[in-house]
Write a protein that binds this ligand. Structure first.
Ligand code: HEM
Length: 267
C-alpha cells in the first residue's frame, strides 16, 4: 500500500498561495458569475478557419482604449476656454512630463482608430457578416462608426489654433447645408451666432463625455452580440454567411428565437 507523503513546507506554502488567489475569484464568481462569463468569452469556440482579418475588431477596440486612456490624461491638463485652450496644449507638449508622448498618441491614435474602424467594417462586409442573423450588429456598428467620426470632428477644434478653427467653420457650414435639420444642427453645434467660447465647451463636452460614454455602451452591446451569435466563417468556407444549412431542430421558445440559418434563401 502506497504511503502518503507528508506535505513539505514548500507544499504548504504553495497551497496557501493557491488558496489566496482562488478565494477572491470564488467570492466574485459566487456573487456575480463574472469569472465564468470571462472564461466563456476567452475560451469559446470560433470557426476553425477564422483568420487574421477577424482580429481587426479587437484591434479597433485596442485603439479605442488607447484613446480613452490618453484622453483622460490630457483632460487633466487641458482648459476648454478660448483664452487658455491653445496655451494649455502648448503646456502639455512642452512642460508636462511625457505630455508630448501622450498628446502624440492621442492625436495619431485618432487616425489609427478611424482607419481600423473602416478596415474592420470592410472585413465584415467582404465576409458577408452583416447578413442574417447579424444585421442588428451591423446597425450597432454603423452607429459606432458615426460616433467615431464625430469624435474626430469634435476633437479637431480643441487645440483652438487657426487650422482647428477654420476646419470647424467648414465642418459646421457643411452640416448647415443638409436639408431640413441642417440649419438647426449648425446652430446647435455653434451654440450661438458664431464659433466661440460656447462652441468650444460644447465640443469638449461632446468629445470627452457624450461620445466616449455612448461608444463604451455600444461596444458592450456589439461584443454581447458577437458572443451570442458567434463569429462568421470566411466566404470560402462551407459554413460561410448566407450558405444553406440543414434546418435547425432545436426547440424554439416563443419570444426567444435562437439564431439559426436563414429560412429566406440566404440573405
Ligand atoms: C468602436 C468600433 C468597433 C469595435 C471596437 C468593434 C469590435 C468588434 C469585435 C471585437 C468583433 C469580433 C471580432 C471581429 O469580427 O473582428 C466585431 C465583430 C463585428 N463587427 Fe465590429 N467593432 C466596431 C465597429 C464596427 C462597425 C463600424 C461595423 C459595421 C458597420 C461593425 C460590424 C460588426 C459585425 C457585423 C461583426 C460580427 C462579425 C462576424 O460575425 O464575423 N463593427 N466587432
Amino acid at each position: 500500500m502506497a504511503t502518503r507523503r507528508q506535505p513539505t513546507r514548500a507544499d504548504v506554502r504553495k497551497q496557501k498561495m493557491q488558496a489566496a488567489i482562488v478565494y477572491p475569484l470564488d467570492w466574485l464568481e459566487e456573487r456575480s458569475g463574472l469569472v465564468g462569463a470571462t472564461k466563456y468569452f476567452l475560451f469559446r469556440n470560433v470557426p476553425a478557419d477564422s483568420n487574421w482579418m477577424q482580429t481587426l475588431g479587437s484591434a479597433t477596440l485596442t485603439a479605442f482604449i488607447v484613446q480613452a486612456v490618453t484622453g483622460v490624461i490630457l483632460a487633466m491638463y487641458y482648459k476648454p476656454t478660448p483664452g487658455e485652450a491653445y496655451s494649455s496644449i502648448q503646456n502639455i507638449t512642452d512642460h508636462v512630463t511625457l505630455g508630448w508622448l501622450v498628446r502624440g498618441m492621442h492625436k495619431w491614435g485618432a487616425s489609427v482608430f478611424i482607419i481600423l474602424l473602416f478596415l474592420h467594417m470592410g472585413r465584415v462586409f467582404l465576409f458577408g457578416a452583416y447578413k442574417y442573423p447579424r444585421e442588428l450588429n451591423w446597425i450597432v456598428g454603423v452607429i459606432l462608426l458615426l460616433c467615431g467620426m464625430l469624435e474626430g470632428f469634435t476633437g479637431y477644434l480643441l487645440p483652438w489654433d487657426q487650422t482647428a478653427y477654420w476646419a470647424t467653420v467648414v465642418g459646421i457650414n457643411l452640416n448647415g447645408t443638409a436639408p431640413f435639420l441642417g440649419p438647426w444642427l449648425a446652430g446647435f453645434l455653434r451654440g450661438g451666432q458664431e464659433i466661440g467660447a460656447e462652441t468650444l465647451t460644447r465640443f469638449y463636452s461632446i468629445h470627452m463625455l457624450l461620445l466616449p460614454g455612448a461608444i463604451f455602451g455600444l461596444i458592450g452591446l456589439h461584443l454581447y452580440l458577437v458572443i451570442r451569435l458567434g463569429v462568421t466563417s470566411p466566404p470560402w468556407s462551407k459554413d460561410a454567411a448566407g450558405e444553406e444549412r440543414p434546418e435547425d431542430e432545436r426547440p424554439v421558445r416563443v419570444g426567444l428565437t435562437p439564431p439559426a440559418p436563414s429560412r429566406r434563401g440566404g440573405s
